[in-house]
Design a protein around this ligand. Structure first.
Ligand SMILES: NC(=O)C1=CN([C@@H]2O[C@H](COP(=O)(O)OP(=O)(O)OC[C@H]3O[C@@H](n4cnc5c(N)ncnc54)[C@H](OP(=O)(O)O)[C@@H]3O)[C@@H](O)[C@H]2O)C=CC1
Ligand SMILES: O=C1OC[C@@H](O)[C@H](O)[C@H]1O
Length: 387
């Protein structure tokens, strides 16, 4: 099979854009991928100096020189979007800006991979989905966890019946940012004008773990999904954004049962290294080791039969699956980039693994959590208007 090359344009030059680009510069064969590869052809920043600095620093960090001379640098996002030589644009701006940036990229006729959280609210997400479909362009939320070998294996083990019928799942991502609201009020995690808060920044990860384990197998389809019932509580930082969210989400199963997912996210405390996800089944349970965004391992604890769960002396059979988190030195974003390359090669407009209707569902659930926490962002972020 011949190797398909995806030509990327990078929009923004912050922390995540650097990490994503570093992964693009690693040969995919180091993760046993040979059907696709990546080439960074253009970088766009709000300033030309920043684009140049990003190029120099990122290529130096990667220890590569090949391809560097031909990368085109732009001092505005609009100029980048006019470049005819890109196959896909990667958007790594703060979530406050995703709606406008994705809208501009699609309007310019570009396929898009955009960081999480996809937008500020579900209405914005719906508009972007409609625009991508109208223009027949590829669009995907950059939920890297879904494409890691960990995620496929977890679903395979659950599907094999190793823990019986799934009865409940707990998932959390808490990262202690310290007193950021007091000491660095402009930081995007606490700044309301950058759509700060734990929910939009960290929440996509516990949501993803619940989606992987409790939603029907993902599949691209136009019909929207039924929005599950949510009961949520929220605390706030002194800057007014959410410091933590605790929620219970009722996921309806194909057999009609409603299985509860417990969702916890916080920016003022840390999840323990031992466990960020617990999947409880009728014949056992699975514990996933932190971090929620790139789990290192999971352990399957299975009993011979349902009765053993009630027996406190019963010892389960245990099996641990370990994952190489950084093959070839990647941060872990390479697998999602491979998915985009494959979709574009195959003419797909969305990924079956990260379908747009699931991005919409997450934003609808997050909207409901914010409603119950009585939390709205400044009007200029919630609006559908584009300036
Ligand atoms: N998938 C993952 O693991 C991670 C995802 N993220 C996501 O990536 C996004 C960006 O996060 P991160 O890289 O940490 O953020 P940074 O602040 O480091 O970078 C954001 C970049 O966006 C551009 N930008 C455009 N408008 C603004 C603005 N008004 N204020 C600040 N920056 C602006 C800037 O690039 P320029 O100056 O070149 O225009 C800036 O460097 C967020 O949505 C976050 O959720 C973040 C970390 C990890
Ligand atoms: O996406 C992310 O994953 C890791 C977190 O620490 C970070 O804040 C977040 O943006």
């Amino acid at each position: 099979m011949s190797t398909h090359t995806c030509r990327w344009g990078i929009l923004s030059t912050g922390w995540i854009a650097n990490k994503f680009t570093l992964d693009l510069l690693v040969d995919p064969q180091t993760r046993q991928v040979s059907d696709v590869k990546h080439k960074v052809v253009a970088i766009g920043s709000r300033s030309a100096e920043s684009a140049k600095r990003f190029l120099d620093e990122t290529w130096k960090e990667a220890g590569v020189t090949e391809g560097k001379d031909t990368v085109k640098l732009y001092g505005s996002y609009d100029e980048l979007l006019k470049d005819p030589d890109t196959d896909a644009i990667y958007i790594g701006t703060p979530h406050s800006h995703h709606y406008a940036n994705v809208h501009a990229a699609l309007t310019a006729g570009k396929n898009v991979l955009c960081e999480k959280a996809f937008t500020v609210n579900a209405r914005q997400t719906q508009i972007l989905i409609d625009l991508a479909r109208e223009k027949n362009l590829f669009l995907m939320e950059a939920v890297w966890t879904r494409f890691q070998p960990y995620a496929y294996k977890l679903q395979e083990v659950i599907g094999s019946g190793a823990i019986g019928e799934v009865r409940a799942v707990q998932a959390e991502l808490c990262v202690d940012f310290g007193p950021t609201a007091e000491k660095q009020p402009d930081h995007r995690i606490v700044n309301p004008y950058l759509a700060g808060g734990a929910l939009l920044d960290l929440g996509p990860y516990p949501w993803t773990q619940l989606a992987l384990t409790l939603l029907p197998r993902s599949k691209a389809a136009k019909e929207p999904m039924e929005v599950p019932k949510v009961a949520a509580g929220m605390t706030r930082t002194t800057s007014g954004v959410d410091a933590s969210v605790v929620a219970s989400i009722g996921f309806k199963q194909e057999d009609g049962r409603v299985v509860h997912g417990s969702f916890i996210t916080a920016q003022d405390r840390q999840t323990t290294p031992q466990r960020c996800v617990l999947v409880q089944g009728s014949k056992g349970y699975i514990e996933v080791a932190f971090p929620t965004y790139r789990p290192r391992s999971f352990t399957v604890n299975s009993f011979d039969s349902v009765e053993h769960l009630a027996d406190l002396d019963a010892r389960p059979k245990t099996e641990t699956f370990e994952f190489e988190p950084r093959p070839g030195g990647i941060w872990g974003f390479g697998w999602e980039a491979d998915e985009v390359a494959r979709c574009l090669r195959d003419g797909k407009k969305e990924s079956d693994r990260m379908p747009l209707r699931e991005t919409l569902l997450m934003m609808q659930v997050f909207d409901e959590m914010r409603k119950q926490g009585d939390f709205v962002y400044p009007e200029e972020l919630e609006t559908l208007e584009l300036s």
